[in-house]
Design a protein around this ligand. Structure first.
Ligand SMILES: [Zn+2]
Ligand SMILES: [Zn+2]
Length: 302
């Protein structure tokens, strides 16, 4: 397990605050592990990337994190990571014991105060902390929150095929639905208070990104529309989890084109090092311009 002891990074965007609560950041991953068609030179040639996002040998760092958004008096958790003690196929996600919750509470957040949990999609690394193990049972963690699920995505996650591989639906989604905390919507749903979903399908059938209208500019949380900032230079490369690679590629290219033109602020759900930034056009493709977090000395007391 990696150590990630530092205080969480925060950004203030107008009247909205974004905090990155990291579960794990792993450097030195061969790029082929996540992108089978990629090579180390694709990573090295992708241009300047935030320090720590890639190794000089063309390996990548991969982060699993949640974004916690304070917006118009609401506390929103986006994509609550893998979670602890879950039985998972991937060895590095199986039966883990990460200090995610102590980072969440250490950042000044209380699980009982969460109003909304948004899932960009229902892969196991985006739903884990929705439940926790108590005396052998999986219980909801955010007991006063509405948990947003795209209907198409729920159908996919609940399918026999998915559940026969590993039952993340049973341990991380069903207990939330059984407790009456689920809110089923479509992938373009308006969630109120300047929050809405935007369909970004391909990685999974009902994948959606979250748009937050802050007082100064919009912010888009991408989810797994892309996984690493080197992909701005190589948007055609499929990621190993893409359920429909061709559709995912079309979605990515269209997104990069549109939001590089508008200079919209985006938060990359798996981006290491500095996850917030903007997309810029660059010699036939795109690149990432990171936005550094607010200096700690300028932050309000937590
Ligand atoms: Zn995914
Ligand atoms: Zn993911």
């Amino acid at each position: 397990m990696d150590e990630f002891p530092q205080e969480p990074d925060r950004w203030t965007i107008g009247d909205t605050t974004l905090t990155a609560i990291v579960e794990a950041e792993t450097p030195g991953i061969p790029v082929e592990l996540f992108f089978p068609e990629a090579t180390a030179s694709d990573v090295i040639d992708a241009g300047p990337l935030p320090e720590g996002a890639v190794g000089s040998d063309g390996t990548i760092s991969f982060r699993v994190q949640s974004f916690v958004i304070q917006h118009r008096g609401r506390l929103i958790v986006v994509d609550p990571c893998v979670g602890n003690h879950k039985s998972r196929l991937l060895p590095f996600w199986d039966h883990q014991d990460w200090p995610w919750m102590s980072r969440f509470t250490g950042a000044g957040f209380d699980p009982d105060q969460v109003d909304l949990v948004v899932h960009t999609h229902l892969h196991e690394d985006h739903i884990g902390w929705d439940t926790h193990l108590v005396d052998g049972s999986w219980l909801p963690t955010f007991t006063n929150a509405r948990h947003v699920y795209v209907g198409d995505e729920l159908d996919w996650a609940a399918s026999e095929d998915r559940r026969s591989q590993q039952d993340s639906f049973g341990d991380s989604i069903a207990p939330v639905l059984d407790a009456g905390l689920g809110w089923e919507v479509d992938s373009g749903a308006v969630l109120g208070d300047g929050l809405f979903l935007m369909p970004t399908p391909g990685h999974t059938p009902g994948h959606a990104s979250l748009v937050v209208e802050t007082s100064t500019e919009p912010l888009i949380v991408t989810g797994d529309l892309l996984h690493h900032p080197f992909q701005f230079a190589t948007p055609a490369l499929a990621e190993i989890g893409d359920v429909d690679p061709a559709r995912a590629r079309n979605t990515r290219c269209g997104f990069f084109d549109e939001y590089s033109r508008s200079g919209t602020l985006i938060a990359g759900t798996h981006f290491p090092a500095v996850p917030l930034g903007r997309i810029e056009a660059a010699s036939g493709a795109w690149r990432f311009r990171p936005e550094n977090p607010s200096p700690r000395s300028e932050r309000p007391d937590r």
